[in-house]
Design a protein around this ligand. Structure first.
Ligand code: ADP
Ligand code: MG
Length: 506
């Protein structure tokens, strides 16, 4: 193959461009041929507009731009529709057009290649255009003298201002009816892991935009797409992850949104922030990075049910037997701790009995031990529920049943008070007249009941402690363990779940 074809295609190849869509004609036929020869996949299309749509979709789906190759004049004009669409979608694409020879005009520098790749994916992604002069396509050069610019690095990832993150977390914690909107920016950002963690540790419902669908599955328990209008209207705080408040979201205006809604907006494009609705918190940065920043801040605060269950569910083996009792612990655990196998779930049952957990767990543990099966028994108890039969840990220790008890301890029945409030109440006088009937002793050391009999007891306050103690307990098949997980005593499913979106309200 002649040297003159190679230049364009190898430079594209060096930039890791893999796909080219287009319609050839003079002078860019050789460019397509050379691209193929360099290993780039070329798809000949019937109209440049469709070619540009295709190339931009590759940019969105793979995160790296593809090329749309067009001839000058009408070819480029047709491609404009695709370029405009890519720009509006914030999808990277590189359009290469052939033009007349350089002696007929004044443009055409090949150094534009790496810049084009970079400008299509850095900042807000979009279309970039390269114009190749006809005589350059067919110019003869010595291959040895060609210097290629090395592949442009992936777009740099930026984080938001930490003060803005603090403000956003504060807003979210105070929200009564929070909602997360997931847009195609979150899909392009490949932030599915972070977005899932945000949804699951906070328990906040989410609504995908049309192309935000699938970042989390549509059948996720927190997806409220079926209650779209109601969720938009009733939400008091909305986290906007890579979606614009444009016509798709009714501009963020009443009557579709509450006039008092507070928007926490995450976008990597500064110009987009506070567009149409002034953001209560504007987080400029990459969605994955910003969500990680927010989660890191949250995990220094006391855990709530959702945070604890999210991390427990990540570590539990799929075939374990889950025993569960309590009020919120059992209810929220039902949606967040999933089963794969029949007869692997034992809870308060038809009679709603509290105190059954340790007995059930001992039965499952004895079967495990006598049948030499490898499945683990995990007993997840509210602190009140644990109190009913807590002394059975002596039985577990006596028979060395490696049961894992996790006490989700919120200092009470349904909810409790923190140690400071409890101390103040004690100063006020007779606790039988002051202490709310739902309260139990704050931060009671249930793990010591287990260590008293020789099992492993863990006091758990943070996500890190929860994960490491649960992992250690799963590795220990010799003795039972008890994790006393202190959660926020004000953590209550009433604010965390979304009764404001349940069927009866629709
Ligand atoms: P939708 O159609 O789903 O509502 P939009 O196209 O309106 O989505 O909004 C997508 C937004 O995502 C754009 O404002 C874009 O700047 C932004 N975006 C794209 N990639 C990222 C990223 N990695 N991090 C943050 N924001 C991003
Ligand atoms: Mg949008």
């Amino acid at each position: 193959m002649s040297i003159r074809y190679v230049f364009t295609s190898i430079q594209l190849h060096v930039q890791n461009v893999e796909y080219m869509f287009g319609i050839v004609g003079v002078p860019i036929i050789e460019v397509a041929m050379a691209a193929q020869a360099a290993g780039i996949k070329y798809v000949g299309m019937r109209n440049e507009q469709a070619a540009c749509y295709a190339a931009s979709a590759i940019g969105y789906l793979t995160g790296w731009p593809a090329v749309c190759l067009v001839v000058s004049g009408p070819g480029l004009i047709h491609a404009l529709g695709g370029m405009a669409n890519a720009n509006m979608n914030c999808w990277p694409v590189i359009v290469i057009g052939g033009s007349s020879d350089r002696n007929q005009e004044t443009t055409g520098a090949f150094q534009e290649f790496p810049q084009a790749v970079r400008s299509s994916i850095y900042g807000r992604p979009g279309a970039s255009y390269i114009d190749i002069a006809g005589d350059m396509v067919n110019a003869k050069i010595d291959r040895a003298n060609v210097r290629f610019v090395s592949c442009c690095p992936p777009a740099p990832v930026s984080q938001a201002d930490s003060r803005e993150i603090t403000q956003a977390v504060r807003l979210l914690r105070a929200a009564q009816r929070p909602l997360i909107i997931i847009g195609k920016g979150a899909a392009y950002a490949r932030a599915e892991k972070e977005v899932r963690e945000l949804v699951e540790v906070t328990g906040i419902p989410f609504l995908p935009t049309p192309m935000g669908k699938g970042v989390l599955p549509d059948d996720h328990p927190n997806c409220v797409a079926a209650a779209r209008s109601r969720s938009l209207l009733q939400a008091d705080v909305i986290v906007l992850l890579g979606a614009r408040l444009n016509w798709i979201l009714h501009f963020g205006f009443p009557p579709r949104f509450s006039p008092h809604v507070k928007i926490i907006q995450v976008d990597l494009c500064a110009e987009e922030l506070s567009n149409n609705v002034r953001a209560a918190s504007a987080l400029l940065g990459d969605i994955g990075a910003v969500v990680r920043q927010s989660l890191a801040l949250r995990s220094t605060l006391p855990m709530n049910y959702y945070t604890a269950f999210h991390h427990i569910s990540e570590l539990l083996p799929k075939d374990c037997i889950i025993v569960s009792e309590g009020a919120n612990t059992m209810d929220i655990g039902r949606t967040m701790l999933l089963n794969d196998l029949p007869r692997h779930r034992l809870d308060a049952g038809t009679f709603g009995t509290m105190g059954v957990g340790p007995g059930f767990a001992i039965a499952a543990g004895v079967l495990e031990q006598t049948q030499k099966s490898a499945q683990r028994v995990v007993c997840i108890e509210g602190d009140s529920a644990f109190g009913f039969s807590g002394m059975e840990v002596e039985t577990m220790c006596r028979y060395k049943l490696p049961i894992i008890i996790i006490v989700i301890n919120n200092n009470g029945i349904y909810s409790g008070v923190d140690p400071k409030t409890w101390k103040e109440m004690e100063k006020m006088g007779d606790m039988t007249t002051i202490a709310p009937p739902v309260t139990l002793l704050p931060e009671a050391r249930y793990e010591q009941v287990m260590s008293a009999f020789g099992g492993r007891g863990y006091l758990v306050r943070t996500v890190e402690e929860l994960r490491s103690s649960l992992q250690e307990s799963l590795n220990n098949t010799q003795m039972p363990s008890l994790l006393n997980v202190l959660i926020d005593p004000a953590s209550d499913r009433k604010q965390q779940e979304f009764p404001w979106l349940t069927r009866s309200n629709l």
